[in-house]
Design a protein around this ligand. Structure first.
Ligand SMILES: NC(=O)c1ccc[n+]([C@@H]2O[C@H](COP(=O)([O-])OP(=O)(O)OC[C@H]3O[C@@H](n4cnc5c(N)ncnc54)[C@H](OP(=O)(O)O)[C@@H]3O)[C@@H](O)[C@H]2O)c1
Length: 348
């Protein structure tokens, strides 16, 4: 069978962008045709070398206009911060866009952005899909799919449990780990307002079940390091924030119906001791019958289970690209994509 690869652009080469670019290089159904970087040290470097692979003869650029002028099927848009105007320019230039920054669903306060994106999609004759592990999958399409194993559902709980000690990322700093409790409370960080991003996924599930969310509540608790915790990149000092639990609850018909728990931590040596075990995702469906699904990586050589949230975010975006390119123009969610059939995963 002759493969007609999709011409893709990787926009930003942070942790998600690099994982996606590695997939685009390794999967013959994709042909990387552009890489946009902001870091001046990366400009001009070969795309393959940027992700630890042999050179592929494609230089990274910081020239936005050059990327806009490219003939490409899709842009995997993974910068640090949302930029709806740039997304709309890419769409109007005739390129589909898949992004881990969302929006993933047209709930408030994202409805206005979705409308702008819809209009740009119509102008460019292309589609946009917001995705990722969470929001985008573990609290969205996965629990909604699991509900079909139920006769009746009383409550669904979704847990993301991430031990970042062995794989620290920029999020450790962005989330305020290592601050005193007072500093954390006083300083906005990347989790400030995160409830709204996750509430999109809640709306996806609840509306998928034919109901509406009345309200979403938030609870936040922290755990403090019992001694200095050294990690690659620094030290979490004794008495500072070493664990965070964010809990968001969607109320339906006045009762808690969908609860998301995000447990992020740096090891186990903290008080209170949450005794959470290894990194994993878990979906607990309570009703008739009650059941649960656990999703975890296989152990590495040292026996620890890595947290694969970043890898899975990149792959959920990359694998959706063929379906997004084939979709009717517009803002497409999992509902519109139906069963996504990834290309090129079964390969030597
Ligand atoms: N939905 C989900 O489940 C999910 C999961 C993980 C991440 N995300 C989102 O995906 C996005 C990318 O995540 P990531 O882990 O790849 O982030 P990251 O490692 O911090 O990388 C972000 C990249 O954005 C570029 N950048 C642009 N402006 C920047 C600035 N002012 N400061 C620093 N970098 C800047 C840089 O690209 P260059 O190095 O190429 O210049 C940087 O490497 C984030 O918005 C994150 O919230 C979503």
């Amino acid at each position: 069978m002759t493969i007609q690869p999709l011409r893709v652009v990787q926009w930003a080469t942070g942790t998600v962008g690099q994982a996606a670019l590695r997939h685009f290089i390794g999967n013959p159904h994709f042909q990387p045709v552009g890489v946009l970087v902001t870091n001046p040290d990366k400009v001009g470097r070969d795309a393959g070398e940027l992700v630890g692979l042999p050179a592929i003869g494609l230089a990274a650029t910081d020239d936005v206009e050059a990327i806009l002028a490219l003939d490409a099927d899709c842009v995997h848009f993974a910068p640090l911060l949302p930029d709806v105007d740039t997304v709309c320019r890419l769409l109007r230039s005739g390129k589909n866009v898949v992004s881990p920054l969302g929006p993933v669903y047209a709930s408030e306060p994202f409805r206005a952005d979705v409308e702008k994106i819809e209009a740009a999609c119509r102008e460019g004759g292309v589609s946009f899909h917001g995705t990722g592990i969470h929001p985008g999958f573990i609290g969205d399409i996965l629990p909604l799919t699991l509900t079909r194993l139920s006769d009746r559902i009383d409550r669904i709980q979704v847990f993301e449990i991430a031990d970042k000690l062995k794989t620290p990322s920029v999020y450790i700093e962005y989330m305020g780990f290592g601050l005193s409790p007072d500093e954390l409370a006083a300083r906005p960080n990347c989790m400030t307002g995160a409830m709204h991003a996750f509430a999109q996924s809640m709306a996806f599930v609840v509306e998928g079940l034919g109901k509406r969310i009345g309200d979403v509540t938030e609870r936040h608790e922290i755990a403090l390091a019992t001694h200095d915790i050294a990690y690659e990149g620094g030290v979490i000092c004794a008495g500072t924030v070493a664990g965070q639990h964010w809990e968001w609850t969607a109320l339906v018909d006045g009762a808690p119906f969908l609860v998301y728990h995000l447990y992020y931590r740096m090891g186990e040596d903290m008080t209170p001791a949450w005794n959470l075990g290894e990194s994993r995702h878990r979906i607990l469906v309570e009703g008739a019958p009650s059941f649960e699904l656990t999703l975890a990586a296989s152990p590495e050589a040292d026996g620890h289970l890595p947290f694969l949230g970043i890898t899975w975010t990149a792959l959920l975006g990359a694998t959706a690209i063929p379906a997004v390119c084939a979709a009717a123009p517009g803002f497409v969610t999992h509902m519109d994509l139906g069963i996504v059939k990834p290309l090129g995963l079964a390969r030597a």
